[in-house]
Design a protein around this ligand. Sequence first.
Ligand code: SF4
Length: 380
Amino acid sequence: MRARERWEYLSRAPLIGWDLIARGQHRFEYDLMPVAVRGMSAAARLNLLRSGLNLFWRRNKPWGWPLHMQVELTSYCELQCPVCPAGTGELERDAKSIDVALVEQLMQEVGEHLLTVSLWGWGEPLLHKRLERILEITSRYPCAKLLSTNGQQLNHPRVQQALRAHPPTYLIVAVDGLCDETNSVYRRGAKLQPLLDGVRALAEWKRSTGATLPILHCRFIAMRHNEHELPALPQFCTDAGFDMATVRTLSIVDTPVDRHNGLIPASELLRAYSYQDNQRARRSDFVCQHAFTFPTLMADGRLVSCEQDHNCSQAYGTLKPGVTFSDLWRSDRASSIRRTIKESPEKFSFCRNCPYADRPTSSCSIQSLHLRPGIPGVGD
Ligand code: SF4
């Protein structure tokens, strides 16, 4: 989050407080996706106020529970995307599917307080054999459920059944090219057909049943090889049955920079960062919030400050029976890691290469298109 964005948030505090106290709801935008969390318990409302204060104080031992969580369902993927550590083989962790019991344990402890739960990490979540059970567990909580996929398993009956039985709020599908030739430059090994068949089947099922979720969201990362396709994106998404689309900038990941550089779009308007002499221009107005409100549970049960710590180099510890989320979240080790992130982030390689620090806004997406009227929030 940028320093000025913190003050913008503060200026909206009276409206947020009224919505929260009088209506038990919180409406916000999450990476250009409109979200409304309704039916918040008194404890969840109080936690939002406490965590809001933490936006400014950033206590090493936070006052509240996290507001957002990333839960990595699998740490493996069938594609070989060139800057993703799972795709390049740079992930130094075993290929794992998260234990469903851990998801249950986590959600029982923090689910009531969350605004969003993002069900992916550095692997492909639809490869998890018990996806339906995980969606069922998260469906019991009022937070927005976000599921992001490369779409290669989207036409599989097991996946269609899971998404219809317990629809996430947003199903985010990566389309990084409007034909196989351009899509597979970055999504190496991907085909558009299974993705498009899966989206069409879900769109048809929604239309015939009147279901409003999942919101079918096409996410297009603008890169050098696909930026010329952007004018055709709205029609492509409408024909495919998507409800909305966003154009996203290509973030850096803590992997070799030269691989990333070849993908940067020619148009400066589509770049995540400014460049001077071929170097990313550094900014000094970034205030990290991840470590204080947005941790990640990896597929092997390790809890980290931020999804960018993809090799768990600074894990708080491992969630398991007998070790609660609270034990890890409020531990001295977590406190010490947060202090380093706050005071000397250059000590951690994932913070040195933080994808959020040098971009002009917190949001990674730069444009959204609503293709159908009435994109609903949670609880609509
Ligand atoms: S990489 Fe480091 S500085 Fe950036 S958001 Fe994550 S924890 Fe914060």
